[in-house]
Design a protein around this ligand. Sequence first.
Ligand code: ADP
Ligand code: MG
Length: 241
Amino acid sequence: MKNLEQLSLHNINKSFFINNKKIDVLKDINLDVTPGEFVSIIGPSGCGKSTLLRLIIGLSHQTIGSILLGGRELQESTHEVGIVFQESRLFPWLSVYKNITFGLENEHLSQKDQADVKEHLHLVGLENFADAYPSQLSGGMQQRVSIARALISHPKVLLLDEPFGALDAITRIYMQQEITRIWQTEKSTILLVTHDIDEAIFLSDRVIVMSHRPATIKNIISVDLPRPRDRNSYDFLLLRK
Ligand code: ADP
Ligand code: MG
């Protein structure tokens, strides 16, 4: 069982220099995400949502502020955080199986690791596609591979950056249903960036609204509506549509 911990963003500020001009993108962002919470972030395009996720996973560094997991500064290239981007960013020359295991430290997987990969393939419904290549998969299936790849190191925090943005409406609904099931099974803390307010309210415990540049957290809306949380309720919703 994963030992989930609180994710805390303290006074995050991020500026970029473009043509010697300083542009403040994030300003005084403070946010605590409780262990196992599902938080959505919405806000206008270009306000800094992806920048914020990039800081959390260590692909970029904040100008000021700190990012803590369980009170400790997050280390760079940590396995404690996983990310899924809008475009699946899979390696086209690697099979589904190899794409998922790519980031694992050992080239020769133990039997336990191999079983774990199988379990994750099953989790995202791709148990029969281990040997397929990304080009042989639909957009939704490619995103499922990305999700399995993000989850294989058992991250405590899963970051989703508009993961369903490029998918058609029906696939989107199925993926939303999948992510809820995965959230229940994997028990990760999830931060989802989306431009779809319905999706945010439907999926998460709390919706964060970021304002435009420099982005601050303008409003924090707590969503505590009774929502469908299990597959059966989703099936019911799908049937009703
Ligand atoms: P969002 O994901 O909310 O659409 P981003 O986080 O991608 O927005 O970008 C926020 C702002 O920061 C944009 O104005 C973008 O141009 C700028 N930005 C992001 N990354 C860089 C970078 N590496 N260099 C310069 N500016 C950047
Ligand atoms: Mg973005």
